[in-house]
Design a binder for this molecule. Structure first.
Ligand code: I3P
Length: 106
């Protein structure tokens, strides 16, 4: 699946806050148990990931609704096996839930 989500890097590793903590609106692509980010769909077509980032490997990742995050609605949290954590913001409940399900079963 693919589409736009808000993304915030929360933890770089266990108990280590990410240095860049701002929200970005990114084109997200979920394929083959990996999540890759692009500035927009055009950059996906060109094969140019956002800031040259490596895809996030979703094996052994944990994904859940970010119940503790109160500043926005429709946010879910992704914790990777390396301890890094990311928040994702869908435009509505339905979009958030479909990504949550997609990422959880990847
Ligand atoms: C961050 C930005 C984020 C904010 C984060 C700030 O500043 O304002 O929106 O997260 O707060 O550090 P900058 O863009 O200058 O990097 P929230 O939207 O969740 O508040 P945080 O450090 O408390 O996570």
């Amino acid at each position: 699946m693919e589409g736009y989500l808000g993304r915030k890097h929360d933890l770089e590793g266990p108990n280590k806050k990410a240095s860049n903590r701002s929200w970005n609106h990114l084109y997200c692509v979920l394929r083959n148990s990996e999540l890759t980010f692009y500035k927009d769909a055009k950059n996906l077509a060109l094969g140019v990931p956002y800031h040259g980032e490596e895809p996030l490997a979703l094996r052994h990742a944990i994904c859940e609704i970010a119940a503790n995050y109160k500043k926005k609605k429709h946010v879910f949290k992704l914790r990777l096996s390396n301890g890094s954590e990311w928040l994702f913001h869908g435009k509505d409940e339905e979009e958030m839930l479909s990504w949550l399900q997609g990422v959880s079963t990847a």
